[in-house]
Design a protein around this ligand. Structure first.
Ligand code: SAM
Length: 428
């Protein structure tokens, strides 16, 4: 990997990037990092690199010509390569570990252009830059710190720079998780002991503890990352289930009541839908992964008085839609059949707010569904769920629903539309 950093301050950048691990990697020839002085490529007597902005305003703008000449010189010298010209800019895409992986994987020559003052002439960006990258939503004085961050994080992914691939594949952000906590000697420091499991020499136990820590601390420190997790390994799924079961369990200290949903409840209901969507996504359940169920669907339910909310005190904790309309797709049941000759209602949409999961709210919801069915004068409740939606299947079975066969839904085109069908006949 060759990296050329185009800057007005090459000494500053050189001093940082040629120290420690990257310095040693450069000496070994694993990476080549050059800092190039843009000022050396000016074509005016004063070696001027910037000028006043057209249209007025504060500060100066870096001129296109020295930047382009500097870039051309670097390209001539580096020759034919898989090259990417990057301008470090607060207006760029936010730089992440995924960007670092992509740059290391797809290119072997990065040219990092550092702006200064008010930035660079827009025409240089249009003509010469492949991509703009930002270190974050804040403004630096110059692009050097950002260029150093990019160069450092890309170079450490180059084979031969770190001792082993595992040095970076286990680290924070590699697979969407934060790293587990690390400890070194002494065993007890200021009354704080190293976790027991790390001292017992059981490698498998250590591995599992560390993996669980990764999930737990990502959930605690970076809920935004946790929401986006896509878990595939069975062992990871197991850990995730354990965590979801044991954490965030809220005590139901207030009375739980059920009433028909009102217009004003819609934002809370839609928020619960979003939480459910994220939960299903995490467990790879291709249900509610498109726009459905959207505001339109709930407005329809509201108008018919078929949407209900469960309140914990004053707070909306869950909702469900129980419809008396005939469900056409249920007529096409395969691999089994419904109970014949009974008028039925359909539990269409139901979810519990994330913070109420594991609190017993889901059981209360199922009881409220039954009460509502009785209020409709119906004893047969039908519903369906995705074949991978294990928590919902468990809840249905535990609530006395029987698996009746398989159906196909129409509401989520482009997604996995196969559903398991369940039914419960209420006692007289
Ligand atoms: C003061 S900034 C110019 C900001 C510019 N006037 C704007 O508002 O978009 C000077 C230089 O610092 C660099 N820079 C500033 N903030 C940055 C960030 N968040 N990420 C990467 N580079 C940044 C860019 O190279 C930029 O040209």
């Amino acid at each position: 990997m060759r990296i050329d950093i185009l800057t007005l301050f090459p000494d500053t950048v050189n001093a940082v990037l040629h120290e420690s691990i990257l310095g040693r990697a450069a000496k070994k020839g694993a990476v080549e990092i050059n800092c190039v002085q843009i000022r050396d490529y000016t074509e005016n007597k004063q070696n001027q690199v910037d000028d006043y902005p057209y249209g007025g305003g504060f500060g100066c703008v870096m001129m296109a010509q020295p930047l382009k000449s500097c870039l051309e010189a670097v390209i001539r010298q580096a020759g034919e390569r898989r090259r990417r010209v990057i301008y470090l800019s607060p207006q760029g895409q936010t730089y992440t570990q995924e960007t670092a992986k992509r740059l290391q994987r797809d290119y072997d020559h990065l040219v990092l252009v550092c702006g200064h003052y008010e930035g660079v002439d827009e025409r240089f960006i249009e003509a010469c830059v492949d991509e703009e990258l930002s270190l974050g939503d804040f403004v630096l004085t110059g692009g050097e710190i950002a260029a150093m961050a990019v160069a450092d994080s890309v170079c450490r992914l180059v084979p031969g720079v770190l001792a082993d691939e595992q040095c970076y594949t286990g680290e924070s952000h590699w697979d969407g998780l934060l790293e587990y906590p690390q400890y070194t000697r002494p065993e007890v420091w200021e009354g704080r002991a190293v976790p027991e499991v790390l001292l017992q020499g059981d490698h498998a136990k250590v591995e599992r503890w560390r993996r669980r820590q990764q999930f737990e601390r990502t959930r605690r420190k970076r809920p935004d990352m946790y929401e986006k997790l896509r878990v595939t390994e069975p062992e990871d799924l197991q850990i995730l289930r354990e965590i979801e079961k044991s954490t965030g369990r809220i005590q139901l200290t207030e009375p739980v009541t059920c009433r028909p949903a009102a217009e004003a409840d819609l934002p809370a209901v839609l928020e619960i839908v979003e939480q459910a969507r994220a939960g299903l996504r995490k467990f790879h359940v291709d249900q509610w992964q498109g726009p459905y169920p959207d505001e339109k669907a709930f407005r329809f339910d509201l108008d018919r008085g078929e949407c209900f909310v469960l309140l914990h005190g004053e707070e909306i904790a869950a909702f469900f839609t129980l419809s008396t309309r005939e469900e056409k797709t249920y007529a096409g049941i395969t691999d089994g059949k419904w109970t014949e000759g009974m008028a039925y209602c359909v539990l269409h949409r139901a979810a519990v707010a994330a913070k109420y999961r594991g609190s017993g709210m889901a059981d209360k919801l199922m009881r409220a569904v039954e009460e509502q069915a009785r209020a409709y004068g119906l004893r047969c409740i039908r519903t369906d769920t995705h074949r991978k939606n294990k928590p919902m299947q468990r809840l249905l079975r535990d609530s006395g629903y029987r698996y009746r066969g398989n159906i196909q839904v129409l509401v989520e085109p482009g997604h996995d539309t196969a559903r398991q069908a369940y039914e419960k006949i209420l006692k007289r």
